[in-house]
Design a protein around this ligand. Structure first.
Ligand SMILES: [Zn+2]
Length: 298
């Protein structure tokens, strides 16, 4: 699946790495648990308030490609071909990003830059799954704190969480450069502080000719976290900081009517954030005729 649009002069495409359909969608109860501060009755009440009867999360893997004057930037790379971690039914349904990018007919099929919002496997493994760089001509970027964390403090985490990050650091080697927040990595492609999900979790702001798009990575997994910004998941490393970043970024997007890209929302994960009192709501923005700063690439 590919969805093309533009942000000013930046031609963009969301390319799906896959999106497991029912019955393989993960239960919401695995994301929002009593251990992460969401009592079961609260989850039930939130779902009842939605009124649609769902109990699962539609999990997209929305890789974002941006054609800049300095080459193609890829923001997050999916799970990688032959991913074995999710079981035999899901494995064939993900890992499509590389082949889809090659067939997408973008002006520059070979990325000049791979920007990693963080080093969890579902974002980085598409760049390393074969044991060598999937995009050998690309410079890769991750926040300096992210690289330091996985190389050091993460030693206390289970091996299966650390392995993909350490593999990425080893396989990408000198291609993987530390980035800071507030940097312009390619023309119009800026890093934004989104720390908390992981220590160096990074959002990306695209800016061109007065139009913008905020790529939020894993700032939230599901619209339930807009209605309940304090809800975190087992994968948020720093609970308080992840909630603070979520509130700050959602408030910014809502106040400035800033279109956002959400990696794990249903394809293509583009939408607007609307304020609802102390919380927020998600409005999908999938038609080029919708208001906002995304337009067809022409
Ligand atoms: Zn993720």
């Amino acid at each position: 699946m590919i969805h093309r649009f533009a942000v000013g002069d930046l031609a963009c495409a969301v390319i799906s790495d896959g999106q497991p359909p029912p019955p393989w969608e993960p239960p919401l109860a695995e994301f929002f648990t009593p251990e992460t501060g969401v009592p079961e009755p609260d989850l039930r009440a939130a779902l009842a308030a939605e009124g649609c009867g769902r109990t699962t999360l539609t999990c997209g893997y929305n890789c974002l490609c941006v054609q800049t004057p300095a080459g193609l930037a890829v923001i997050d790379t999916g799970l990688g071909k032959g991913f074995l971690g999710y079981g035999p039914y899901i494995t064939p349904q993900v890992g499509h990003f590389g082949a889809a990018l090659a067939g997408a007919g973008l002006p520059a099929a070979e990325p000049a830059a791979v920007i990693l919002t963080h080093l969890h496997e579902d974002h980085v493994r598409g760049a390393t799954w074969a044991g060598e760089p999937a995009f050998p001509g690309a410079v890769a970027y991750a926040h300096a704190d992210e690289l330091a964390f996985w190389s050091g403090r993460a030693a206390e985490l289970p091996d299966e969480q650390r392995r993909p990050a350490l593999e990425a650091i080893r396989i990408l080697g000198e291609r993987l450069r530390p980035a800071e927040y507030g940097a312009e990595l390619l023309p119009g492609v800026h890093t934004v502080d989104a720390a908390g999900h992981t220590p160096g979790h990074t959002a990306v702001l695209l800016r061109s000719r007065g139009q913008r798009l905020l790529c939020l990575g894993d700032t939230f997994y599901d619209p339930l976290q807009l209605a309940h910004p304090a809800w975190r998941t087992p994968w948020d490393h720093d609970a308080a900081r992840s909630v603070a970043s979520r509130r700050r970024l959602l408030a910014w997007a809502a106040a400035e009517r800033l279109p956002v890209h959400a990696y794990h929302l249903p394809f293509p994960g583009l939408g607007l954030i609307e304020r609802r009192g102390d919380a927020f709501a998600w409005r999908p923005l999938t038609s080029p005729d919708d208001p906002g700063a995304t337009h067809p690439a022409g």
